[in-house]
Design a protein around this ligand. Structure first.
Ligand code: GLU
Length: 838
């Protein structure tokens, strides 16, 4: 006998059960209404009539004759907890439940959630009311995983309202605890969007279930001429359990009859006289110990008649059909039957019909607008590394995409788009950071980089004309000149005081009247300069003291010349391009060069959150700088460095620096990188596309496509490439000294020669004046005759010029003297001349 007492109160239920028992029953199956369970159970226990229950038990009353086929609540609660933790791997989620009974089912989930786990939100909704406000709040909390516990017939209503508040999308997942969810039509929730997970007790792939259902539907059709409307897939738990209960009881009767050879008969029993049915207890006990395969799997009971060691099947609805993906069994926990490949194949299938929205921002070389603007449509409007990369990924994974620019062109806006799930992917120079990882998901990095310094190149100094002076500092040159003068004067003084330096001017005369000293001041200066220039001189000291001075001077010049020569080559070939700033530490130490970053970017975040004392200090300096050192974009930063003339350095990511310095030859990267990170493609949290996109990226990396794309977009054309220009300049310049490098030496030579020429003119004029006085002729005549002689190159000997009186005297003497005396007069004149000179 089945009792359909869903509407009845306990009193009328009791009356009906007593009435039935009076007629004579062998077992009671039911009731359906939880409120009546107690009274039915109590009457059956009293009269020892087996009571087979097929609905969730409300209270636990272990008794002699109650047999519950519905899985025990605590076991279902454990199954739900296991699926959440070990199958879905949810660490944060929202629990949405309807009744306190539901909360009992969810107790294990709540207990399993540790203190250190991410927060879970638990919300109760009032059945039959508008749930949109509550659902909106859940949506605002950015929760994408919802554990829904409510009656089967309310599931669709809740889901429809959830759809209204945009809580149904590809990023949302639902776990519905009702064991009959598989009987619902979920097709209205756009297959391939939301993932619904559910549990069911009827094995959806069991052939016996199918056969049984077919058998009963055929029978039903035979008697009623219409379809039962049930298939193996849609058979309700209640139906299956009813079938199993009847079979269990029939089997028990059958076995008792044959095995124990016991014939049964029902008796009329009165509720009032507490009379017991004698066959009830043996039958109930037999059912408790027996095992049977039913539509709900293996049927086994514990001593108190509660169903134990049963299996629940984990089913998912994603691409338009319910698919068994795993199972749970008492004592075994949850197991996955769907392989990763099958899962991926499902996602792949759902992707094929999809157009994913790719959020991006304008920024070279990742994305630029193609000219002429406004005339092109769709993705044709954009070009850049991001477009190429996304194109390749879409090709591998097999989806269509649409690029959409974020309004503010800021990185933060891209992240916000992903959080709001208005975009499926976000690509640009989006750095993977810890902060962002809390809000969105990232693929593996497609490019590696670090923070570095963008700074202006120091202006190439023109080679100095007097670069030959560079090997020694001005001080050293002054000391050398002072030493030269000092040594020359010392030599002069010592030579005058040393007897050894005083010589006989006429070695032929053994008894000279006077001695002469070669080291007059001019000769001392000549001697010292000769040594300093490495040429030596024709006069040398003889006295010990002067030789000592000369020796020391030679030693000094030896070292100085060697040092000068060693340094000269390096100084003449060196391009003085090193600036004052060569690292972040250099920047931190000074106040002349301002430095900044892009506002709100990961670089600013690096300094802000750094624990390093230098970077912390730099962040304080940057944030206190007036006017602000922060810029809105990398492009602004680059322009500021270019305009600042060495007064501003910009912290930028090495990849962007690489791109800029390849094209802007007045810029350079200074120092290495301060950290190491990567750019990734952003996705909303729990995006189902992440694995697919990751796989495609890995493939592109292995094939060298990522490298090819980098080269394509980073390398400038040869005529614009600064690195190519630098290389060719280096080739031309290498080891060659230009006139600019050694021009000063020519200047010195020319200046020296001109000075010498000036002295020559002065000497000539002085000599002409002397001749004019001696010969009593005009200076002009003397000059003319001297010039004539000098210009007449055939004259190799110059006659000695004598004074007029001397000539007349000579003529007189010549007249008076024989011819042979002429030689003696020459000798005298020669001697006179020599004396004059002295
Ligand atoms: N790539 C950075 C980001 O994702 C922006 C540039 C920067 O901060 O240097 O925030």
């Amino acid at each position: 006998m089945e009792l359909n007492l869903s509407q009845a109160d306990s009193f009328s239920t009791g009356k009906r059960v007593c009435g039935a028992v009076r007629e004579g029953v062998a077992a009671v199956i039911g009731p359906r209404a939880p409120a009546s369970t107690g009274i039915v159970q109590s009457i059956c226990e009293t009269m020892e009539v087996p009571n087979l229950q097929i609905y969730p038990e409300v209270q636990q009353h272990p008794g002699c004759c109650v047999i519950s086929l519905y899985p025990a609540q605590e076991s279902v609660a454990q199954a739900i907890a296991d699926v959440v933790r070990n199958f879905l791997h949810w660490s944060a989620f929202t629990v949405l439940y309807e009744s306190d009974e539901g909360l009992l089912r969810l107790q294990e989930v709540l207990k399993a959630h540790g203190l250190e786990d991410r927060k879970i939100i638990v919300r109760q909704f009032v059945p039959g009311k508008d749930q949109r406000k509550l659902l909106k709040e859940i949506n605002a909390s950015n929760e994408t995983r919802i554990l829904l516990d409510c009656a089967t017939d309310r599931v669709l209503d809740v889901l429809q309202q959830a759809r209204d508040v945009k809580l149904i999308s590809v990023y949302h997942s639902y776990f519905i605890t009702s064991l009959d969810t598989h009987t619902l039509d979920l097709s209205e929730f756009e297959p391939g969007q939301t993932n619904f997970t559910l549990l069911q007790i009827v094995n959806p792939e069991d052939m016996n279930v199918e056969l049984t259902v077919n058998y009963w539907t055929d029978k039903y059709y035979y008697y009623h001429r219409r379809s039962l409307g049930v298939t193996a897939e849609t058979v309700r738990t209640e139906t299956a359990l009813m079938h199993d209960a009847v079979f269990l009881f029939a089997r028990a009767l059958h076995r008792c009859y044959f095995d124990v050879n016991q014939s049964f008969s029902v008796e009329s029993l009165e509720c009032d006289d507490r009379h017991k049915w004698i066959y009830g207890l043996p039958l109930a006990n037999y059912m408790k110990i027996s095992e049977m395969d039913g539509m709900t799997g293996k049927i086994r009971f514990d001593d108190s008649g509660r169903r134990t060691r049963f299996k629940l099947y984990v089913v998912q609805y994603f691409t338009g059909e319910f698919r068994k993906v795993g199972w749970w069994e008492t004592g075994h926990g949850v197991n996955r039957t769907q392989s990763e490949t099958e899962k991926e194949a499902e996602i792949q299938k759902s992707l094929q019909s999809k157009k994913l929205i790719v959020a991006s921002r304008i920024g070279e070389p990742f994305l630029t607008e193609v000219e002429p603007r406004g005339e092109l449509q769709g993705n044709e409007r954009y070009a850049g590394y991001s477009v190429d990369l996304m194109g390749k990924i879409a090709e591998i994974v097999g989806f269509q995409l649409e690029f959409r620019l974020v309004e503010s062109n800021k990185h933060a806006d891209l992240v916000n788009n992903l959080i709001a799930r208005t975009a499926d992917l976000a690509i640009c120079d989006l750095t993977i950071t810890h902060e962002r990882e809390k809000l969105i998901d990232f693929t593996m990095p497609f490019m590696n980089l670090g923070i570095s310094i963008l700074y202006g190149k120091p202006v190439k100094e023109d080679a100095s004309l007097f670069a030959f002076l560079d090997p020694f500092s001005v001080d050293v040159w002054i000391y050398v000149a002072t030493a030269y003068l000092g040594v020359s004067i010392l030599l002069f003084v010592l030579a005058r005081t040393s007897p050894g330096e005083w010589d006989n001017p006429h070695p032929c005369r053994s008894d000279p009247e006077e001695l002469e000293n070669t080291f007059n001041l001019m000769n001392c200066l000549w001697f010292s300069i000769g040594s300093l220039m490495g040429q030596g001189s024709d006069i040398l000291p003889k006295a010990v003291s002067t030789r000592m001075v000369a020796g020391m001077w030679w030693f000094f010049t030896l070292i100085m010349i060697a040092s000068y020569t060693a340094n000269l080559a390096a100084f003449l070939t060196l391009n003085r391009l090193e600036g004052e700033i060569s690292s972040a530490e250099d920047l931190a130490k000074q106040h002349k060069v301002k430095y900044g970053t892009m506002a709100g970017g990961s670089t600013a975040g690096f300094f802000k959150n750094s624990n390093d004392s230098t970077y912390k200090r730099m962040w304080t300096t940057m944030s206190q700088s007036v006017p602000s050192v922060f810029v809105n974009s990398n492009e602004d930063g680059v322009q500021r460095v270019q305009k600042a003339n060495g007064k501003y350095a910009f912290f930028m990511e090495s990849t962007s620096i690489e791109y800029q310095v390849e094209r802007k030859c007045d810029l350079q990267q200074v120092g290495g990188t301060l950290d190491s990170k990567g750019y990734g493609i952003g996705l909303p949290v729990n995006s189902p596309y992440r694995t697919k996109v990751n796989g495609a990226l890995l493939k592109l990396q292995e094939n060298g496509v990522l490298q090819e794309l980098k080269e394509k977009w980073w390398k400038a054309p040869a005529n614009e490439s600064c690195s190519a220009k630098d290389a060719s300049e280096l080739d031309e310049d290498s080891n060659k000294l230009g006139l600019a490098n050694v021009g000063g030496v020519f200047v010195v030579l020319i200046a020296g020669t001109l000075t010498a020429f000036l002295f020559a003119v002065l000497e000539l004029l002085w000599n002409c004046r002397k001749i004019a006085v001696q010969e009593k002729i005009s200076p002009c005549e003397a000059l003319t005759s001297e010039m004539k002689f000098a210009l007449n190159c055939s004259n190799e000997n110059k006659p000695v010029r004598r004074r007029k009186e001397e000539e007349e005297e000579e003529e007189e003497e010549e007249d008076a003297m024989p011819a042979g005396v002429t030689a003696g007069s020459f000798a005298r004149i020669g001697f006179e001349k020599f004396r004059d000179k002295e």
